[in-house]
Unconditional design. Sequence first.
Length: 156
Amino acid sequence: MTDWDALIPGIDAALKKHMAWKSALLSALHSGTSEMSPYEAACDHACDFGRWFHGPDIPDAVRILPIYRRVAQLHAEFHANAAKVLLHATGGRKTEAREVLNGPFEAASAALMRALQDWKHDLSTAPRTGAALSPAAPPVAAAPAAPAMPPGHPPV
């Protein structure tokens, strides 16, 4: 197994775990409660994938690649939209929560899943130079800002 191949299990884990988010958000929408606060959901460094992705296991040679930057941007957008869903759902605004869930969150989720699949494909098929991995990744729009948190929440 090469260094590049060692990244694939982390990507596979992300694909599985992030698909479970919609179920958790739907549960929050229906119940009006969540074990996770919107503030926690907004932090893209706190989930298992985020800790791995931003942690020491990712070589610097990977961090400079366009596909890595694209996944980072989309992952932040995914979390910002998840936080918005929770903010509305736990604030009793089910209609707004459903609109974000079925609109911006769903779009961010689909884009992130596609980018993770692209990254995995690149890692499993590209020459091991690093430079060949997604050299022409499309630009990604800036992630939406995380929702404002109520007073009393500590900063990340």
